[in-house]
Design a protein around this ligand. Structure first.
Ligand SMILES: C[S@@+](CC[C@H](N)C(=O)[O-])C[C@H]1O[C@@H](n2cnc3c(N)ncnc32)[C@H](O)[C@@H]1O
Length: 383
């Protein structure tokens, strides 16, 4: 496909998305009808689509319309590409630009400039203060790819280099490697197959490294999902890791992942009511606002009602999970959200109620940026 044909494909996918289809479904629908597209074409269309979704407001402003065509025009302009070089009308390229599609003035309002919903600006400011500008700006760009090395990071780096994948170690997260070249090859690499590495954001890794573990503990991962946290604590020398999720189907990947990584995780759909653990991890369902550069659709989909539903659910899950912390044990509450509503406010609500006599051991927030996604961790010790 020519660059112009890729732009035309991105326009059709974005129109489908603007009509209400989830972005992945819109991409799939296009790909099914585009058997001529090679893997490079699909990757290029996908990147253009995701860039436009991430920057929906500023791209629509720069492209003059909230349409597939406007978003692609704007995205190209924001990236410094003159759209006239692709919008030629030749072959499968989009029709040439008309007079009304000349570049306009740069957006003056903050929500458009930062590609952030207006109603969520006060939430971001309340959580991040002066750091909000940089954190929201970082969410306009593609996310870096981070790996968790299971053993020596140098060994993993050498094995990856044999397949043309370059990585560099993060200074402040002992297990983390940032992929600097050929990130798309990681999942098919020998290092991945052999269990030398797993895919995990650096902030999640840092949170797991912050847990007070000496080795041998019984750990309950109460919202285990795909098992990212279970597998990472298992690698820290836990005695027993029990993975639970209200939706057991979400844990389907844990067993094959554990096998690949040489980890032991017990997947328990029905949790024994009497189970007590030294550490209970609650990686709660949340808005995902710290990870919106990876899943940018969610940024535009969140509503005040949905945020309120999530905070109520977080309160319920925390209280349920706390019943499984042994006396003297630790409850680790974590989210990949940046909002106080889902973080400090939930911990404070617990401490104003059932956790009145629990002690706060640690509270840490990671801000979205070059070193990882936004993340939050609070540790409460049961008396
Ligand atoms: C943020 S995801 C977990 C991600 C996972 N820990 C990981 O690292 O891959 C939140 C999970 O909480 C689960 N969940 C939702 N409500 C729950 C509840 N009441 N009890 C337990 N798990 C729940 C969801 O099914 C979802 O898998």
């Amino acid at each position: 496909m020519t660059p112009g044909a890729r732009a035309a494909a991105a326009i059709s996918v974005l129109d489908d998305w603007l009509d209400g289809a989830p972005v992945e479904r819109a991409l799939l629908r296009w790909a099914r009808g585009a058997r001529y597209a090679g893997s490079g074409d699909r990757a290029a269309v996908r990147d253009l689509v995701y860039d436009a979704v991430r920057r929906r407001r500023s791209a629509a402003a720069a492209g003059g319309a909230l349409t597939g065509r406007g978003l692609v025009l704007g995205t190209l302009r924001l990236d410094g590409t003159d759209p006239a070089t692709l919008f030629t009308g030749q072959g499968h390229a989009p029709p040439p630009l008309d007079e009304g599609e000349r570049p306009g003035a740069a957006p003056a309002d903050r929500g458009t400039r930062l590609d952030w919903p207006d109603w969520l600006l006060p939430h971001a400011d309340a959580a991040l203060g002066a750091g909000a500008e940089a954190a929201l700006a970082a969410q306009r760009d593609r996310a870096p790819v981070f790996l968790r090395a299971l053993g020596d990071r140098g060994v993993a780096a050498e094995r990856l280099a044999e397949e043309g994948i370059s990585v560099s170690p993060l200074a402040d997260v002992a297990t983390a490697l940032e992929v600097t070249r050929n990130a798309r090859r990681v999942a098919a690499s020998a290092a991945f197959r052999e269990g030398l590495i797993d895919l995990q954001d650096a902030s999640s890794q840092a949170a797991i490294l912050s847990l007070p573990l000496a080795g041998g503990e019984t750990i309950l991962d109460y919202c285990a999902g795909g098992g990212g946290k279970s597998l990472a604590v298992a690698a820290r020398g836990a005695g027993r890791v029990v993975a639970h999720d209200a939706d057991p189907a979400r844990m389907a990947d844990i067993a094959p992942r554990a096998l690949r990584l040489g980890a032991e995780v017990e997947v328990v759909p029905d949790l024994p009511p009497g189970l007590l653990a030294d550490l209970v991890i609650v990686d709660a369902p949340c808005s995902g606002s710290g990870t919106w550069r990876r899943a940018p659709e969610a940024k535009w989909r969140l509503t005040p009602d949905r945020l309120a539903e999530l905070t109520a659910l977080q309160d319920d899950i925390l209280a349920e999970a706390a019943r499984h912390v042994r006396p003297g044990g630790i409850l680790a509450y974590m989210t990949c959200s940046i909002f106080r509503d889902e973080n400090e406010d939930r911990v404070n609500a617990a401490r104003a109620g059932w956790a009145a006599d629990w002690q706060s051991r640690l509270e840490r927030r990671w801000i979205p940026g070059p070193g990882g996604d936004g993340f939050y961790l609070a540790l409460l010790a049961r008396p």
